[in-house]
Design a protein around this ligand. Structure first.
Ligand code: SAH
Length: 343
């Protein structure tokens, strides 16, 4: 029988499993604490659990782990980029960034991506598989262990589309937010290219997670040309879902807008964005697009001019500081390079 991934179980699921083994419920709490608070890597380290029960656990379960395949440290700003190897030989990227308000970790949610955004390196070779909850948690646990730093906030903005791996992402959130582990989900942002039906589902769960929406263009024509998801869910549906998310959670939406020369950085595009967002309680993050070698897109030269236009129209906008520019911190690039080296 294949062993099960114990780190991916929520506390309720673990309790059910432990009761089914004929053990008492408080044992489940102890085991959960070893896994998610003390973060042990072997059953043998669970010193208040009897040898007999540890034996039973290790027959039924394994404790998942990640292997550091690469660690790149930026000489400019201390950003650290990890390439983590998974059990099946796949790899994902995780980026640790230092801000004034604390350390922020950008984690991946899938191996590859099937959303097809034209400017994004993560989607070029398509989707391979979803990450398990344990593989998302371990990106945090392993980075804290390796760097000796505490992760204060987490952004689901690495490789993959989190809402295309909805069930596992929700379980991950539950475990991260559980007693003992206790990261407030207010310190967590989930970034989506706009999977509208799942935005409604997420709102219903009342997790308190901040929603970031990758907008990148403010008309269906322009957005559809660079983001295939816009053919499935048009802008109007997306904006209605965002309004609903704000109404039901009280969390202000943050819109990502990567500026690409000649594509979405003109004064006309700025006016379209202003028309789309006017009156909404939101924030716009402007990002000079990261040039990806397989793609032709160029960084815009009008980032500041674009920001100024938004600000003049009363729309809250900041230009995201580029971190880790010397270590290819744009998502998907390191994994692609690694694959190319192996071939
Ligand atoms: N799939 C999710 C999260 C991962 S991408 C999403 O689409 O939001 C994280 C962010 O980086 C998104 O806003 C995405 O559009 C943006 N992005 C992808 N490639 C980029 C590039 N080359 N330059 C700048 N931003 C990019």
């Amino acid at each position: 029988m294949d062993k099960a991934d114990i780190l991916s179980l929520t506390s309720e699921e673990l309790e059910r499993e432990i009761l089914a083994m004929g053990e008492k419920a408080f044992r489940a709490k102890q085991v959960y604490d070893w896994l998610h608070v003390k973060k042990v890597t072997e059953f043998a380290q669970m010193s208040n659990i009897s040898a007999q029960m540890r034996e039973k656990l290790s027959k039924k379960f394994y404790i998942n782990s990640l292997k550091i395949k690469k660690r790149l440290v930026s000489n400019i700003d201390n950003t650290v980029k990890y390439l983590y190897g998974l059990r099946d030989g796949e790899a994902v990227e995780t980026v640790l960034m230092e801000y004034k308000h604390g350390n922020s970790l950008c984690i991946s949610t899938q191996v590859g991506c099937r959303m097809g955004c034209r400017f994004c390196a993560s989607t070029i070779a398509g989707w391979v598989r979803n990450l398990e909850p344990s593989e998302m948690l371990l990106q945090i646990y392993e980075t804290e262990r390796d760097s000796g730093k505490h992760v204060d906030s987490v952004v689901l903005m690495g490789i993959g589309e989190p809402l295309d791996n909805f069930d596992n992402v929700v379980k991950f959130l539950k475990i991260l937010n559980s007693e003992g582990n206790g990261m407030s989900l207010r310190h967590l942002s989930l970034s989506t290219c706009g999977v509208v039906d799942k935005i409604y589902e997420l709102a219903e769960l009342r997790t308190g997670v901040t929603l970031s929406v990758s907008l990148h263009a403010a008309t269906d024509e322009k957005r559809g040309a660079i983001m295939p998801i816009n053919k499935r869910f048009h802008l109007r549906e997306l904006m209605t879902a965002c309004d609903d998310y704000f109404k039901s959670t009280g969390r202000r939406i943050s819109f990502e807008y990567s500026l690409i020369e000649g594509i979405n950085d003109t004064d006309e595009s700025a006016e379209e964005l202003i028309a789309l967002l006017r009156g909404k309680n939101c924030h716009v993050n402007l990002i000079p697009v990261n040039e990806v070698k397989e793609r032709e897109f160029k960084k815009s030269r009008y980032v500041e001019r674009f920001r100024q236009r938004l600000e003049n129209a009363g729309i809250n906008a900041t230009v995201r500081r580029t971190l880790g520019a010397d270590i290819n911190a744009a998502c998907g690039q390191l994994r692609r390079e690694d694959k190319a080296e192996v071939k």
